[in-house]
Design a protein around this ligand. Structure first.
Ligand SMILES: Cc1ncc(COP(=O)(O)O)c(C=O)c1O
Length: 418
């Protein structure tokens, strides 16, 4: 098959994400990736500003991850996790439990972030059922939040964040509140729970950064307030660290930065260094103990077919090796300082509303972006892959990006806005 044939013959048969297929610009054809670069079929090279939706934290085609996956492929690509276990998954579970704070120690594997969130919600619901409180079936979530595109995940996301407005009214109804950024917010949250005694199962939040809902930051005080309220009213606290986990905000996990131990945490994205799909829902001991019983009905009834996939777990173990061996968190600090310095140049440009940086996340918020697709195309002309959404232009590069590559990204943003 010649080089163009696969594109022209295949494109009419795929349905692309978040895209109006009729009016969208044709997608870029990628031939390969390398480090922080995406190489297009026509030979152009783009410096990647978002690391494939925040997954490729060690850069693309990382040799250590690649050889771990190749070794695993030769031995056993996959085996079902029902009744069978294997070294890569058990080793990964042990390592995640050791890395996470407190007694977050039981790891339930799945294959995508949204499914990890579904599992967290089911765990919370069944936790209360198993303990004899079936009426505790509602969740409190926050405006600006995004937790994935499956039904349960959508039901705890903000429909106004630009993803799920079409499904308003048909999803399970939970409670969406403003994040308690100040003392008054904490009181509002407590008031809501007190008005509905015995109804709430858990609070769900993206800690420190609400990502896909607009790259909005909050601080540790907010997370500690959530922990206090959850403790006071005996609700479970779920941290969705699918975006923030693995160094993105500056610590290995946002919960560590905040000094808060949630009851359940979800992980995915950078877990395999962007190599293979894998997610984990990790529960504290007391959550797991609510399922520990002689009664088979109290078991957690969930089991994705590709759960604990051996290739993906091998990639994740290799990705964790790199966090141990290489100075990733120091690199995040350097990226953070450089982004803050260089993006400051955009402050005075027309239409810029706010510049903010947290860890390896750099955001230029615009008053509005009229033509998203045109803006995305301009970035490609500049030799960079940056994918603004809503009114936000953001960078979440690989944590291994070089200073020169990062400058190419920040200066492309300044040039394009100007
Ligand atoms: C915080 C958060 N939760 C959940 C998800 C959903 O993950 P996935 O796209 O792997 O289903 C995302 C994806 O962007 C996310 O950022």
């Amino acid at each position: 098959m010649d080089r163009d044939h696969w594109y022209d013959a295949g494109l009419p048969h795929v349905w692309l994400p978040y895209a109006q297929m009729k009016t969208m610009r044709p997608p870029l054809a990628v031939a390969r990736t390398d480090g922080c670069r995406i190489v297009l079929r026509d030979g152009r090279e783009l410096i990647d500003g978002i690391a494939s939706w925040w997954t490729a934290c060690h850069g693309y085609n990382q040799p250590h991850i690649r050889s771990a996956v190749e070794r695993q492929l030769a031995t056993m690509p996959h085996v079902m996790f029902g009744g069978l276990v294997h070294e890569q998954a058990l080793t990964l579970a042990r390592r995640l439990a050791a890395l996470l704070p407190g007694d977050l120690e039981r790891v339930f594997f799945s294959e995508s972030g949204s499914v990890a969130v579904e599992i967290a919600l089911k765990m919370a619901l069944q936790y209360w059922r198993n303990r004899g409180h079936p009426s505790r079936s509602k969740f409190i979530a926050f405006r600006g939040g995004y937790h994935g595109d499956t039904t349960g995940a959508m039901s705890v996301s903000d429909p106004d964040s630009g993803f799920h407005h079409m499904f308003r009214g048909v999803l399970p109804r939970h409670t969406l509140m403003a994040l308690p950024r100040v003392a008054e917010g904490k009181e509002l949250l407590s008031g809501e729970i007190e008005r509905h005694p015995g109804q709430y199962a858990a609070i769900v939040v993206e800690p420190l950064v609400q990502g896909a809902g607009g790259m909005v930051f909050h601080d540790e005080v907010t997370l500690r307030a959530l922990r206090d309220v959850a403790d006071r009213y005996e609700l479970l606290l779920i941290f969705d660290e699918i975006f923030t986990g693995f160094g993105r905000t500056g610590a290995m996990f946002a919960c560590q930065e905040a000094g808060v131990v949630p009851d359940i945490v979800t992980l995915s994205k950078a877990l395999t260094g962007g190599t293979l799909p894998l997610a984990a829902t990790v529960a504290r001991r007391h959550v797991f103990e609510a399922f520990w019983s002689d009664d088979p009905k109290k078991a957690l009834m969930h089991g994705p077919t590709y759960m604990g996939n051996a290739l993906a777990c091998a990639a994740a173990n290799a990705a964790l090796d790199l966090f141990e061996r290489e100075p990733r968190l120091a690199q995040v600090r350097a990226i953070s300082e450089q982004m803050a310095r260089e993006l400051a140049a955009c402050q005075e440009l027309p239409g810029v509303k706010d510049i903010r940086v947290k860890g390896a996340i750099g955001v230029v918020e615009m008053e509005r972006i009229a033509e998203l697709d045109a803006l995305r195309a301009r970035f490609v002309q500049e030799g960079v892959f940056i994918r603004p959404f809503g009114n936000v232009i953001y960078l979440t590069p690989s944590l291994t990006i070089t200073p020169d590559e990062l400058t190419t990204l920040t200066s492309a943003i300044a040039r394009v806005i100007r």
